[in-house]
Design a binder for this molecule. Structure first.
Ligand SMILES: Cc1cc2nc3c(=O)[nH]c(=O)nc-3n(C[C@H](O)[C@H](O)[C@H](O)COP(=O)(O)OP(=O)(O)OC[C@H]3O[C@@H](n4cnc5c(N)ncnc54)[C@H](O)[C@@H]3O)c2cc1C
Length: 285
């Protein structure tokens, strides 16, 4: 199908872009990988589309004060392939590399993916495990929210009408931490039936830090703090991992659709959590 007619704006500054989206009626265009199909299907019928791609400063990646600051327009391919990201935040690079196919990764952006908040998207699992910060700009100023606050529900975020995602920041991974992103993908699209991101550290033979982020299972991504607590302080052996991973779906309402039932998704979550933890522990220290 062909999209309904719309006005097309190409602001040259962030201020101009914020002005154009201020009343909340326009749709922002980044990579277009989610928005354009929605417009063609007429599931989105915006009267105005504001293309962010000429706004300077939204496509940089820089390290400062122990964090990586990644502009909203940085593409999945740039995250997957930039040496600074691969070295400083291998978990995010791995999540980016697992997205869709090469065409989608060439055009799709980090900011577009987080703003879209598809419950099966890959980044949210990594961003929850990384305790990422999402920097949001609006006409009245800027604010930064944690990933845990940002991802509210299916296709729902903490963004208010008229606000844009401008940057995502993640910690530079400490030397010796082990990380892994493991997903069971829906074969036609690559989206996660379930995806689990794990970060661990070991000290004196014990797990001293564990962070687990989950996508695909429920309406929104989440940090599995119960799994983290069960693993912390253990030796991180096979039994410890299986026992901790068993708790990953507890208290969550698992999604059920044509791709997987709720029970099967919960089962996948336990299996992929154990896999991610084992892989992360295998490289920790
Ligand atoms: C065939 C196919 C396979 C895919 N497979 C996967 C997969 O395996 N894993 C996965 O995670 N994703 C997958 N995707 C989705 C892909 O990652 C998209 O790139 C992503 O969801 C949206 O990013 P975008 O830059 O294209 O955003 P757009 O499509 O341009 O925008 C998406 C939404 O976000 C809003 N938006 C965009 N940028 C901003 C911003 N800076 N601030 C506020 N709002 C903004 C737009 O208004 C729109 O509502 C797939 C997509 C396709 C088409």
């Amino acid at each position: 199908m062909i999209a309904q007619n719309f006005e097309y704006e190409t602001p040259a500054t962030l201020e101009e872009a914020l002005e154009l989206v201020a009343d909340g009626s326009a749709k922002v265009l980044a990579g277009g990988m989610s928005l354009i199909p929605l417009m063609k299907l007429r599931l989105a019928v915006p009267e105005k589309v504001v293309d962010l791609r000429r706004v300077p400063g939204l496509n940089s990646i820089r390290a400062a004060e122990g964090r990586l600051h990644i502009g909203a327009l940085v593409t999945h391919y740039e995250l997957e392939s930039t040496p600074l990201v691969r070295r400083s935040c291998p978990l995010l690079a791995a999540a980016a590399a697992s997205i869709g196919d090469v065409q989608v990764r060439n055009l799709g952006t980090l900011g577009g993916s987080v703003a879209h908040a598809d419950p099966a998207a890959d980044y949210p699992a990594a961003l929850q495990a990384l305790e990422a910060g999402i920097r949001i700009a609006g006409k009245s100023g800027e604010r930064t929210v944690s990933a845990a606050e940002f991802f509210v529900d299916t296709f729902t975020t903490a963004l208010e009408p008229g606000e844009l995602v401008v940057e995502v920041s993640v910690p530079v991974e400490a030397a010796g931490n082990g990380v892994s992103y493991q997903k069971c993908d829906q074969l036609a699209s690559g989206f996660a039936l379930v995806g689990v991101a794990a970060r661990v550290a070991k000290e004196g033979g014990k797990v001293s830090m564990a962070r687990v982020g989950v996508t695909g299972l429920a309406g929104s991504s989440y940090r599995a703090e119960n799994v983290e607590a069960l693993l912390a302080g253990t030796a991180g052996n096979a039994q410890d991992v299986t026992r901790a991973a068993a708790a990953v779906a507890e208290g969550k309402e698992a999604n059920s659709d044509i791709h997987a039932s709720a029970d099967y998704r919960a089962h996948l979550a336990r299996v992929y959590t154990a896999r991610a933890l084992r892989a992360a522990l295998g490289t920790a220290g």
